[in-house]
Design a binder for this molecule. Structure first.
Ligand code: SAM
Length: 286
């Protein structure tokens, strides 16, 4: 099949008795230049374990397989059946199910991936990326195609409207950049939104590597009420070991955070310092 041809794709879907499903974000890449440009960002090294999330009909898979084995995570049984036939002689392993769960399970049972690639379904992109960030050994590189607004959040500078808990989760582990956007016309069916390709490279100095679970809780608690000050968000968190408002204020000051600021003005390193201060005050490893 010509994977750049909407007509061939429609015919293949019809033959497999499957249609493009909106709920699973099935907008297939049909532009050969974009497919090649994404795969060129992968930077696969010898013996790297490479995973693809949401292979669809194989637009990226076909090119990725040219450089070695691929483990692909797909939710749609119709597409899985198609891929098993189309790539029967290739070193392709398919993990069926919702990648938000199966990624974690596979990392546990088979070992974490070095590189992950995916033209991600719009609705599940955030939980899929979060699952990757939270692996005990996060991938060295992630190359993800996401909705442009999500890319804006991933690269948002501190102090901007798009800067969010998701930005901080990514920035604690990765240096994120956005090499290019992808026009709706490069997909079939044509989506209503512009997409962006983002590349995330693991930091050599990840933030709070020894207290990752506590870091996530602290970050989420400070963003819980976006319009509230960080002091007000933190002071009631006895579940995290914050005793009262004075304790919260002293933790924030130790971390160099102004208690009257909102979370969107707190940089990722400061979230790290706050987590360290809290961990030290609890006196026990988290
Ligand atoms: N990689 C193909 C391409 O570029 O043409 C397809 C990309 S399409 C945007 C998203 C793919 O992710 C679809 O194949 C869809 O079935 C799959 N998908 C959606 N939700 C998923 C989930 N929770 N877990 C695994 N795969 C999922």
């Amino acid at each position: 099949m010509n994977l750049n041809s909407p007509r061939d794709i429609t015919a293949a879907l019809r033959a497999a008795e499957i249609g493009p499903k909106k709920r699973w974000g099935q907008n297939f890449l049909v532009d050969g230049n974009v497919r090649r440009a994404i795969v060129a960002l992968v930077d696969r090294r010898q013996d790297d374990r490479l995973w693809e999330v949401g292979p669809g009909l194989g637009a990226l898979t076909e090119l990725l397989l040219a450089a070695g084995p691929v483990t692909a995570f797909e939710i749609d049984w119709g597409l899985i059946a198609y891929l098993r036939t189309a790539f029967a002689t290739d070193p392709l392993t398919i993990v069926a199910g919702d990648a938000v769960q199966t990624l974690r399970e596979a990392a546990h049972t088979e070992g974490a991936p070095d590189v992950v690639v995916g033209n991600l379904p719009y609705r599940s992109a955030a939980p899929i990326l979060s699952a990757l960030f939270e692996l005990s050994r996060p991938p060295r590189r992630i190359v993800a195609t996401v909705q442009k607004e999500m890319a804006d959040r991933l690269v948002a500078p501190v102090g901007t409207r798009q800067y969010s808990a998701f930005t901080v989760a990514a920035a604690a582990v990765y240096r994120v950049h956005r090499p290019f956007d992808v026009r709706p016309a490069c997909f079939y069916p044509v989506p209503e939104v512009v997409s962006s390709v983002v590349v995330m490279d693991q930091r050599l100095d990840p933030v709070c590597a020894h207290h990752r679970a506590l870091f996530r809780q602290v970050k989420d608690s400070l963003f819980a009420g976006r319009r509230k000050t960080v002091l007000n968000n933190l002071k009631g968190r006895s579940d995290l070991g914050v005793r009262d408002a004075d304790h919260a204020r002293s933790l924030l000051e130790t971390a160099g955070i102004t208690p009257s600021d909102r979370a969107e003005r707190v940089g990722v390193e400061a979230f790290g310092r706050l987590t360290e201060a809290l961990a030290a005050s609890r006196g026990a490893p988290s």
